[in-house]
Design a protein. Structure first.
Length: 304
């Protein structure tokens, strides 16, 4: 658990969260711009190529040390799942309003809670159950089954959240023994051939107008997750989460300004429910941690 934040640390954490939000928004715009000419798998392949070029200097300076792992099978499992999640998310960005995609992304924590309980043995406490229930209600509010026809793309994005959650749970397991940069580099190395073999049959030569967006998507694919990691290393989730929720109104604003996309109030209501449930669970976890730290410990040197 982190201690109270100083003013400078809070500003720095907020800055990293802002960089993360900007990276995700730029990535969504790049996907939307590229989807008119390139298919989903080609976009992922080109992103992996550019991202791998960016991390190559780290390999040059630290060499084989970064590639050393005893859990290559776990890396394969994580990156296979993550590739499917990225493909589903990319498809959703191309087909759905950006605000709807962003709102459905907020369902990832509820899947993480369920999967961590099933596969990592983490206890599904009362407050986590409340968070999961709020998350599912939020998803139903956004999709409104029975009131409106549920779009296939919306279900695909929801599936991407489930696959991202699975990837996050596996990554959490990997961080117990692996360097963070090792996990990132193996992700680029493994997803490069996956993207290549998936897109080779429908390859389209990129136009020169695609080049800037390919650079954007390659850079933001790394900067978004790096900024997120830095922000969470500086501040508790209770500080970072409300800032992350700003992604939704900003995505709606950007989508309206660039693509004139209307936004449904149900998207905001559903996302607010998911955020509230997850925020409540995180605050309860923090309170329990504070209580445990405040409990007096038995001193073996004392006699009764």
């Amino acid at each position: 658990m982190k201690t109270a934040l100083s003013g400078d640390t809070l500003i720095l954490a907020t800055g990293w969260m802002g960089a993360m939000i900007a990276s995700f928004l730029l990535q969504m715009i790049a996907v939307r711009e590229l989807s008119g000419n390139l298919d989903v798998f080609q976009i992922l392949f080109m992103r992996s190529c550019i991202s791998l070029l960016i991390v190559t200097p780290f390999l040059a300076t630290r060499g084989a040390q970064l590639l050393r792992t005893k859990r290559i099978g776990t890396h394969f499992a994580r990156n296979g799942v993550n590739f499917v999640a990225q493909a589903a998310w990319t498809y959703g960005v191309a087909m759905l309003p950006l605000a709807a995609v962003t709102a459905l992304e907020f369902s990832t924590p509820l899947w993480v809670a369920l999967l961590a309980a099933l596969f990592l043995g983490e206890r599904l406490s009362r407050h986590r159950v409340i968070a999961v229930a709020a998350g599912f209600i939020g998803v139903l509010v956004i999709l409104r089954p029975g009131v409106e026809a549920v779009q296939l793309a919306a279900l695909v994005v929801l599936a991407s959240a489930l696959f991202f959650a699975t990837s996050n749970v596996i990554a959490k397991s990997l961080t117990r023994t692996e360097d963070t940069l090792t996990i990132v580099i193996w992700m680029q190395i493994m997803q490069l051939p996956l993207g290549f073999f998936a897109c080779i049959w429908t390859w389209t030569d990129p136009a020169w107008s695609d080049a800037p967006w390919l650079v954007v998507i390659g850079c933001t694919g790394l900067s978004a997750h790096y900024s997120m990691a830095k922000a969470f290393s500086l501040a508790d989730a209770t500080v970072a989460m409300p800032i992350d929720f700003l992604r939704l109104p900003l995505a709606a604003l950007v989508a309206y300004a660039i693509y004139r996309e209307p936004v449904s109030i149900f998207v905001f209501l559903g996302a607010a429910l998911m955020f509230a449930g997850n925020f409540y669970a995180v605050r309860q976890e923090r309170r329990l941690a504070n209580r445990r730290e405040g409990e007096p410990r038995w001193d073996s040197s004392r006699t009764t």
